[in-house]
Every structure is written in C-alpha cells, then in structure tokens.
Design a protein around this ligand. Sequence first.
Ligand SMILES: [Zn+2]
Length: 668
Amino acid sequence: MKRILLLLFSLISILIPLAMKSQPVNNSQYQIIAAMPQKLQWLPFGEIKPTGWIREQMQKDLDGFVGHLDELVPDLMADSIYGKDRLTKLVKAKNVGNIGIEMDPQYLWWNSETQSNWRDGYIRNSILLDDKNHLNKNEKYVAWLLSTQDPDGYIGVYSKDLRYNFPDENGELWAKTTALRGLLAWYEYTGRQEIMVAIQKTVADVMRNYPVNACHPFKSDKPFAGGLTHGLMFTDILDRLYQFTGDKSYLDYALFLYKDFSENILREDGQYSKIMDTGYRLKEHGVHTYEHLRSLTAAWFASGKPALKKALDIYLRRIDQCATPSGGPIGDEWVGGRIADATATGYEYCSIHELLDGYCNLLQKTGENRFGDKVELLFFNAAQGARHPEKSAIAYCKTDNSWQMTGAKNGEPNEDGKQTRFKYSPAHQDVAVCCVPNAGRITPYYIKAMWTKDDEGLVATLHGPSEVETTIKNTKVRILAETSYPLGFTIDYRVMVNQPAAFVLKIRKPDWAKKISANFDYTEKEGFLIINRTWQSATDLHLEFHPEIVIMEDQQKAKYFTYGSLVFAKPIESREIVTKTFPVEPFRDFAYLPMKKIDYLYSDEKKPVIKFDAEAGKNQFWKRISMKTTLLNEKTEKPEPVTLYPVGATILRQVTFMMKEDDDKKIK
Ligand SMILES: [Zn+2]
C-alpha cells in the first residue's frame, strides 16, 4: 500500500511540473535592456557618524539591549550554527527560543537570523560609537566567522549532506545574507581586503551551486517557506558587491533570483504576477512583503525594464495603503488584505526596519526626494514610538493608538496568554528574537543614508545631527551638521576642506518645509537645495526649515496632528507591570495598563500651538516639544485642553481622533 502511495506521489510530483511547464509563460519583463545607473552612492560605512541626540540614544542602546543581547539569550547565541553545530540530516530539533512545544524542522535556521541580525546591528553601533571594548568583541567574531569558511567558499549553516539541495523550506541564502551584511560593514570600516575576498568567495560558491538561469533555488513543495523567501534578500549582498566591483554578473544574478522567486508557487506578496494582478491585496507575512521591495528595486535597476518599474510603482502604492500615520506598516504579523487602521493594525519592529531600509535604498538608487520623507516619517515616528522612551526595551508589535500593552493588541481577548508581542522587552524570547536585533540595526541604517555622493559632490539626504568625513575629487571634506532635528528646525553646517575645492553640496528639502531661510546662495531643483561653489578651509551655513501644524486625515478618516516630520499623540497615563526580570541587570519586560480609558474626539475649537521646553525634557529628548490643543472628551462631550507629544515620547497614547459625527456612526 505504502509503495502504491509513494508511486502515486512521485507520479503527481512529475506531472505537476509538466503541467505547469506546458503553459506558455511570458516573462519578457526579465529581459535585460541595460542596467540603470544608480543616482547616488553610499559612503563607506563609518564615514558618517552620529552626533547629538542620535549618538546619545545609540550609546544607551549599546549599553543596553544591543550590547547585551548575547547575555539575555545566551542559549541562542551559543549555538555555533555557522561552525561546529551546522545543521545536518541528523539534527531534528534545536532550541530556537520560542514557546512552541512542537519543533518544526523549518525553524532550524532561526538562530542564524537571530545571531547575524544582532551582530550586524552590534557591529555597526560599535563602529559608529568607536567603542574599543565592543569593537574588540566584534573583531573576534569576524575572525571566527571567516574561520568557518570551507575551502570551496561555503559560509552557511548546512553540512555537506544538506546544502543547496532542498525540497522546500530552508535558510541557505538567508543565513548567508544576514551574516554577510555584518561582514560587509566590517570590510567597509577596516578596508581589509581578505574580508572582501571571503565575501566574494561565498557568493561565488552560491553562483556555482545555484547556476544563473539554470536552476530553481525558490522551488518549494510547500508554498509557505519563510526562510527560503527571506533568502531573496541575498539581492542586498549582490547589490553592494556590484557597487564595489562594478561587476554586472552580480546584478544579473539578483534579477535571476527575483525571477525565480516570482515564478514559483509561494505565499508571498512581492511576486511579479501578484503585483500585476489588479484585484490583489497585500496579505502575507508583513516583514517579507516590505523587505522584498528592495529585491524588486534591484531587479528593475539590473534590467532597466519599464515593466518592472511599473510593478514597483504598484507595489509602493499598495504599501502606502498599509501605513498608519506614524508610517508603521501592517505586520502583526500577517498583512491580511487590510488597510491601515491606527487602532486595529499593528506593526512588527522587523517590518519598520525592513521598510525603512527599502525606502533608503530607493532614495539612493533614484535620488528622489520623496523617499527621504518616507524614511524620516518611519524613523522619527513608528521606530521611536515602538521603543520604550526611557528603558532599554522595545515593542515587538505596536499600534499607533496604543490603549494597553499587556501582550495582546489593545486588550483583545488573550485567554491562553499566547499573544505576548504587544509589550516591551529587551529580548522577546517568548515569541522570537527577531525584532530586538532589528531595533539595533535601524539607527545605523538611518545614519548610513544621511549622506550620499553623486557625480557632482555630496548630498545631505536625511537630516539629523551628524558628522561626515569623506573624499570628494581628491579633497578631504569634513562636514558637521549641528541640529536637534526633527525637534528643532535649524541646521548649522560647518563645511571644512583641506584645500580649496569646487564641488556641489546638495541638501534635501523635506516636503513639509514650504518655507525655508538660509544665509547662503542656492538654487532649488527637484526638492534639493543646490550649493555650487569653491569651498575654502571652513564655511558656516545656516539653514532653517519653517514647518506648520498640519491636521491630516488617515485612511479611516480620523484626524491627526503633525509638525514637520513629527506625528503627535495624546499620552495616556498608565500603570507599569514588570512581567519578567532577567538575570542581567537592569533588564526587565514591561506591560502597561491605562489608568483611565477616555477616548478623545477631534475638535477644532482652538487652534493648536507648538511649545518648546528644553527643561521639561531634560532626560527625555522627545518631550522637549509639545502641542497644546483642544479635544472633545467622549464621556463628558465637552472640549478639554490637552497637551500632545511626539509619539516617540509615549507608551500608551492616542494618535488619531474621529470627528464626532463619524464616531456616532460607529457600532458600539
Ligand atoms: Zn520581528
């Protein structure tokens, strides 16, 4: 009987691919016209350094969850998954740190993601803060990772009996992607050639075992294969290698990966045919949906095909529908065909990071100003608002309107207590240690995109306190940008050169800055201020953006308040509950319950005003700015004066406010 069944299964498995093959596939969208030039170039990692509040926050992170995650989840970090504990056919279970009792083999690559995403953030924080102790630790790690490389170039998590040969779910490309990102950062920082050689050898091994256009790395017997499709992000590595070497075979390979990903049966939103299906709604695992934006971008730039550009535009519009006022994209954890809702749709920290990096990547490749606004919205709002404002802990999942943080979303029923994502933790080991590592990556990734180069000179692409030191046309250039942006709106640049040099400095003008003032001459083009001059030893430039309070409407027709790139919230007074104490001080998990639950409605009785108070926010940067306005208390039906703060200053909060007549229509 078993034999007959087996025969039947093998027949089906032969017939299905045949049936699929017999359908004519029009895949001209993948034919290469010509690789497109990338408008802006990244600076080597480490040339841009944080200053001011960003540096202070990073130092807190390095002293907190970024610098100590290995002590908080020692069992996950001790697994030598790239080394002596590589996965073999004999390994059937591994401690990967979630609460599930049954262990599905598909999860066995998980520790590679946990370790390598954490390392990538940890390496980048150590470099940017120039912290000798942490740099030493990372130096040792890099040496160890390089020592795991086999003579054929293999760096990864599988023994010879498993590698490059899977019927479905696997972490082959994903484990490499996460590890190589950290190695790339270390190479860019140290300039050590043997690291570049090791990275190229790893990639060559992949390209030899998964030959371009002659195999199907994304073929999977099961349509849901999370590790496999995370592996599409190998395009990140290929893109960066192309930028260093100019070798177009890396781009061709990125295009091949996107094509093969698109042509297999997989539960993913980013596949070409789904994007072109006009009735399709984003519904799959959010973090994949947002990270795959970069692979689609890579495919477009590799081919120069207008069809892929069209797909990208559709995909971007779909993602916009998923964004709440703070920019947080639906991902709690499935998108589920929903449209963003400030109370009902949550976002995972991983999704915030991946989408931010997708927009940074588009900003670099297209040079389009609008992507800078998207990055700043996410970084200054969703990303800050999902961190604990004082303690070293982050929310795995968060909503814009946050009524309670006790595990389940806004107090939804949680009888079995399994939903623990909506709380603050420095690890979140009870779900998965994915979001904390990504919360350590997001700030260095923002910083790497603050300054870029183009053919004419240097570009201030994202704003905030920073310092950049680079070479333009053989001249050493150092620029300090002093500002408390996004709380303050003046930026004082000091441009220093070691010899007189003619180059162009461009400064991105945020879309909300309808008025600006400056003490220098400039022209304006496509949302950039252009300063073309011969620079002498040191030049001071003073720039001021003039924001206005704008009352916006979200996709649910509720009102919310913005000023510059900040979204404001009414804080809800809360009670703190410590739900876990770690053996390492001072780390804790925290839950929050509201003291009083009052829903506020929009009222236009009084015009909101902005207040700055450096003293009030002495220990809390985000509290230095506030907005005074009036809102309607739903219980008393009377207007009340209220003070709103940037979402980054809050734990429990209300961001969006319904109009009374819309609220009355709600089913209660
Ligand atoms: Zn996550």
